[in-house]
Design a protein around this ligand. Sequence first.
Ligand code: SAM
Length: 216
Amino acid sequence: MATPKHYVVEHLDVELEGWSKLEYLTIATETRPRSESVANSNKPTFHLTSLPRELFENLPEELKAHDNLDATMEEVNKLEGLKAEEVCLLDPRAEKDMCPEDGEVFKWFVFGGILGDDPPRDRTAELRKYGFTGRRLGPVQMTTDTAVRVTRLVVEDKIPLDKVPFVDFPELKVSKNETTEMPFRYVKREDGTPVMPEGMVELIKEDSNKGFLDMM
Ligand code: SAM
């Protein structure tokens, strides 16, 4: 039986923005255990940690519906069964890039539950206090769901990072005459478009019409 990997998102924002909710739903769907025997063991593979009480008690039903999700107010280092030497922090400032062999060493992968900012403010720094080994996914900032997707491609599917197809800073059409540039790296689909959570393009369009994207 394959040992399932654990993907941990330490939630660092006070609330759950619409963008983060869509990202977390996507992560929950994509990290569902692949093998049936693991699925039947009912073990969580996606952990949302450090949730503020208010959010923990009012977690959206769509998220709660995912059996593989473990939501907690505890910090990542308190997770049951976690051994520090098996944990990798996905850190844009780490010295080493993630490689397929890391999948043999690490069982737990920790990400910052933060919306990206432009320029990046290095909020991942808040997670370095735990002392976990850091790995980078290349020099360009990704959204949290992209970072989880790319980690899985490298450590589970054994695709070297430089063989993962990426699209950087894609332009999205937000209205008839306007486009907006997303300041992130995404996995590229065969048709050249970025992989994004379901509903994200619509949300970006709404936010951009409200002027929200100018604040990023
Ligand atoms: N600007 C952000 C910051 O302040 O650190 C980047 C946050 S990014 C939207 C959310 C999370 O995805 C990060 O905390 C990190 O865990 C992961 N991540 C994103 N891009 C990454 C990269 N190039 N290398 C490693 N991890 C990355």
